[in-house]
Design a protein around this ligand. Structure first.
Ligand SMILES: [Zn+2]
Length: 376
């Protein structure tokens, strides 16, 4: 028998919502959510369709977050079945978005439906923040919705993101944070000239070397229980005219730091300036923050997730901060507790993306268990 969660996942996978196209997925969610008393607000930013759906007017607010867009399929002939014609073979559901992350969204909706049926007068509010711009450039998606909510003073207390966090079985790993990422382009100026006249040149490579050495060996922090120490990696050094006998006029260096929650961009930028200034360089530096770190070390959301996972799978979940960035980076700065919990991630973005059918209902039960512990 096809469960409600499986059916909704199948219906969504059948929509070819290649990023940033939502392809009508959110309309399906709106129909289901309005039927159980959610107020659904479509927030369109350029070509990106976002949905903010909320049931209840009071806090605290538990928001499920996710995306309806999927990555491109890759060569169709390599798929065993059409990526947008969902197919079940041996208890496994195949299709683009099966694991990342239409099954999670289906599980969120059915969890809400069962919870609301049992607790029509629940405490606080339940919400869904759904974007169609997570897999692409992510400029008109979650970040803009959060800005709009912040502008009108609407706060999320707990955000549960349905990204595929699990490793072998659903619920075995929950992501409770991600490292931050900040990059710099450093240009060191010198004076170009003939190598035979060193007193008439100012060699930017010679000036760069000791400064870069100091930057690279600096101890930014020692990390903490959840994060490894912050690390700076120099990724590019470019200088020189190609000639043996010319001292170049400048050197260009790119470096990136993956940073823990023990430090922040301001401190990184200040410390770098102190190091560079010590070497009396003539330089320009351009910084770009590509993601803020977040960490939800403990709190009601972590506790509710651990208990719900234990109840429905029997296992003790592991908290981890590994992996690339996610939309959690946009939600966490508002002060919300943020967790990522979704299906097994071994096939995401791949040919023959899939999810274990039996685990869909387990995921929905876990989500419902979390709602019950927080708002029941
Ligand atoms: Zn995803």
């Amino acid at each position: 028998m096809t469960s409600a969660t499986l059916q909704l996942a199948i219906d969504m996978i059948a929509q070819p919502s290649i990023t940033p196209d939502d392809a009508g997925c959110q309309a399906m969610l709106i129909e289901r959510l309005q039927a159980i008393g959610f107020n659904c607000e479509t927030m369109q930013f350029d070509d990106v369709t976002n949905l903010w759906a909320r049931r209840g007017a009071d806090g605290p607010v538990l928001a499920f977050a996710g995306h309806t867009d999927v990555v491109p399929t890759g060569p169709l002939e390599r798929w065993q079945s059409d990526p947008f014609v969902p197919e079940i073979r041996n208890g496994i559901l195949y299709g683009r978005g099966a694991a990342d992350m239409k099954s999670s969204i289906a599980a969120m909706v059915t969890a809400c439906e069962r919870f609301v049926a049992e607790h029509p007068d629940h405490q606080g509010s339940i919400a869904l923040l759904i974007t169609s711009d997570e897999e692409g450039v992510a400029v008109n998606g979650t970040v803009k919705v959060i800005e709009a909510l912040e502008a009108r003073g609407e706060k999320i207390t707990w955000a549960l993101i349905g990204e595929p966090s699990s490793q072998h079985r659903v619920g075995d790993v929950v992501k409770n944070g991600r490292r931050g990422s900040i990059g710099a382009k450093l240009v060191i100026h010198g004076v170009q000239g003939h190598v035979a006249y060193p007193h008439k040149v100012d060699n930017p490579i010679h000036r760069a070397m000791p400064a870069l050495h100091d930057l690279a060996r600096h101890e930014w922090d020692r990390g903490n229980r959840f994060f490894p120490p912050t690390s700076l990696q120099i990724s590019n050094i470019n200088s020189g005219t190609g000639a043996h006998n010319v001292v170049p006029g400048h050197a260009e260096v790119l470096f990136n730091l993956r940073y823990s929650t023990e430090i922040d961009p301001k401190k990184i930028i200040e410390t770098s300036k102190v190091i560079l200034d010590k070497h009396e360089l003539d330089y320009d530096i351009d910084w770009k923050i590509s993601g803020y770190p977040f960490l939800t070390a403990e709190g009601e959301l972590v506790e509710a997730a651990e208990l719900a996972i234990k109840q429905h799978t029997g296992q003790d979940t592991e908290l981890a901060t590994t992996g690339g960035t996610s939309d959690g980076r946009f939600i966490a700065p508002t002060g919300a507790q943020v967790l990522e919990l979704g299906p097994v991630n071994d096939s995401i973005h791949k040919i023959d993306e899939h999810v274990n059918v039996a685990e869909l209902d387990t995921l929905s039960d876990i989500y419902q268990g979390i709602i019950e512990r927080l708002l029941g």
